[in-house]
Design a protein. Structure first.
Lengths: 288, 287
């Protein structure tokens, strides 16, 4: 299996175009952020906390958007990683299935390699984010937060990978997969509340964002990267709570407010559910 | 017998791709499987190589049933597919390492196996090159190396020389012949080139899912095609006779001894056999 995983990884990373396009959704978010998202979101706070400095507000906004970006990266990089299943099914099925390699080994090799791709690519996005926030005036995360960041990254990739795996089980052709990729690339920024803060979305859409697992990855990152600065702005507690809901730092289900532990469990549950369903679907579809 | 096929059938609903065929392949032989496109050739090979489940009938390779014991069969067979199945952006060597691992080869054993097949197919010169940058002939060598990585008993070659230039075709062909003669490898070949089939020990012609003929190239020529006798007379007239064997020309020549200016005998080829067997049946069905 090691040899197979190495193959999948080599095929991904040797194709520079592939690597670039896997990060396209992320690059688009960052472009939008530079062009207008930052100003749009800053306006929402500036009026509320008049005595906060513009630089600090900017830092909060950067933390919020970049957290979302890393969450988006977990999905788009895992989706790119999964492309290998589709390509191989079209081109290499004869070669692989006429050899005695167990189907399960083959399946696991795809899931693991796309997880590794997801971890490396969104890990790069996270490192860039942490460095950017530090040099633009923020504090470098504490050791505890650093460990929690890596934990969140791992969990985010695990769940994003499981969801992309499940989706891949339903797709047969490369064309269909390409279309799916464009749709996800477009939607993912909205689904995780990155393009538009959840507080500005109509109620129905906000519910989708709240239920979408990757939003919880984003929420966990926001708690680690944006909350420390936001909490220090000197705003009243009620306002901070409101801003938490508005920017998707935490989510509200009726009277329940999500926290780090809740999101962790939700992501773990998603991963288990998607992997199990995906594997049983794949098992049914062996020969013919 | 290394391969035994008994009443093998493959149907897709009402469409019968293979209609109960029987044949055997002797160990160490060069076996050619001929047929036009859509004759059932690929379907049969797919069943033998465990890629397709037969509707009924049995096929065994080395005593193992393709349906009941597919993994044992898979360890015995090496396949060179019509189209390339290696990874373009990996080197030949990398490709071989990955494929070798499919057969449980690991560490030093895997390394030796890769080295061995590279030497065997004379692929040393380009083994560190990416597969996608290779010429047609080099690709074919690499494909054969991949098929041999687990030292199979039988090598399936599905139109291995299609699309290659004559010189390269000859090189690839020499390599295949050597594998059979020197290594005692059994070769199962499909080809469109009759001169390649002519060198085989046994030929089976399949048409519309049924076996039309089988035997050695000589037997098939004897049975399914005629020779042509062309005579040009002293007056410049040309006469053409169909004769079933070359010696049949003698009485005709005897009779015309006085008028002959020029004589030519054209013996039947496997092409004729093939055309007679496939087109002949086509016409038969049309009536």
């Amino acid at each position: 299996m090691n040899m197979l995983i190495k193959r999948h990884l080599l095929l991904f990373f040797r194709d520079k175009g592939n690597v670039f396009f896997s990060m396209l959704a992320v690059i688009i978010v960052i472009m939008l952020y530079i062009i207008f998202l930052a100003d749009l979101m800053a306006d929402a706070i500036v009026g509320e906390i008049p005595h906060a400095s513009a630089a600090d507000i900017r830092l909060v906004i950067s933390g919020l958007v970049l957290s979302g970006t890393v969450a988006v990266a977990t999905v788009s990089s895992c989706l790119s990683g999964m492309t290998r299943i589709i390509i191989d099914r079209e081109e290499k099925a004869k070669d692989f299935f006429s050899s005695p390699i167990p189907r399960s080994t083959l399946m696991f090799s795809y899931v693991i390699s796309s997880g590794i791709i997801g971890f490396i690519m969104s890990g790069l996005a996270l490192i860039t984010t942490v460095i950017y926030l530090s040099i633009s005036g923020g504090n470098f995360p504490t050791l505890e937060n650093l460990i929690l960041l890596i934990f969140t990254l791992f969990l985010g990739v695990l769940s994003a990978n499981s969801m992309m795996f499940l989706l891949t089980c339903f797709i047969k052709s490369r064309n269909a997969f390409g279309s799916l990729g464009s749709i996800i690339g477009t939607l993912i920024g909205f689904l995780t509340g990155v393009y538009i803060p959840i507080g500005q979305l109509p109620n129905g859409v906000a519910w989708i964002v709240r239920l979408f697992p990757t939003s919880h990855t984003a929420s966990m990152f926001r708690q680690l990267l944006a909350s420390p600065v936001l909490n220090d702005l000197g705003a009243p507690t009620e306002l901070v709570t409101e801003l938490n809901y508005f920017f998707g730092i935490t989510f509200r289900f009726g009277s329940f407010t999500t926290n780090f532990l809740f999101s962790t469990l939700l992501l773990l549950g998603t991963s288990m559910g998607c992997y199990m369903t995906g594997l049983s679907l794949m098992r049914k579809r062996t020969l013919e | 017998m290394l391969i035994e096929v008994k009443s093998l059938v493959k149907s897709y609903g009402d469409i019968h791709a293979v209609k109960g065929i029987n044949f055997t392949v002797t160990k160490g032989s060069l076996f050619s499987f001929l047929g036009t496109n859509g004759a059932g050739k690929s379907t049969t090979i797919s069943m033998l190589t465990t890629l397709l489940k037969p509707t009924s009938g049995t096929a065994t390779i080395g005593g193992y049933d393709v349906l009941k014991n597919p993994d044992a069969v898979r360890n015995l067979i090496g396949i060179v597919f019509q189209d390339s199945v290696m990874d373009e952006i990996l080197t030949v060597e990398e490709n071989l390492f990955v494929r070798g691992s499919f057969y449980g080869l690991k560490g030093l054993n895997l390394k030796h196996a890769v080295k061995h097949v590279i030497a065997l197919t004379k692929a040393n010169g380009f083994s560190k090159q990416r597969y996608g940058t290779l010429s047609g002939g080099q690709r074919r060598r690499a494909d054969i190396a991949r098929a041999l990585i687990h030292t199979p008993e039988i090598l399936f070659l599905d139109e291995p020389t299609t699309g290659l230039d004559p010189k390269t075709r000859q090189d690839v062909w020499t390599l295949i012949r050597n594998l059979q003669k020197e290594k005692g490898m059994t070769i199962f070949l499909t080809t469109h080139y009759m001169e390649e089939a002519a060198e085989s020990d046994e030929i089976v012609v399949i048409h519309k899912g049924e076996i039309r003929a089988q035997g050695t190239p000589e037997e098939l020529k004897e049975q399914y095609c005629t020779d042509l006798l062309k005579i040009t007379t002293t007056t410049g007239k040309r006469e053409i006779y169909n004769i079933s064997k070359t010696t049949d020309a003698l009485p005709i020549l005897d009779k015309k001894r006085e008028q002959i200016a020029h004589v030519e005998i054209i013996s039947g080829t496997l092409d004729d056999v093939f055309l007679n067997l496939t087109e002949g049946f086509e016409n038969e069905h049309a009536h």
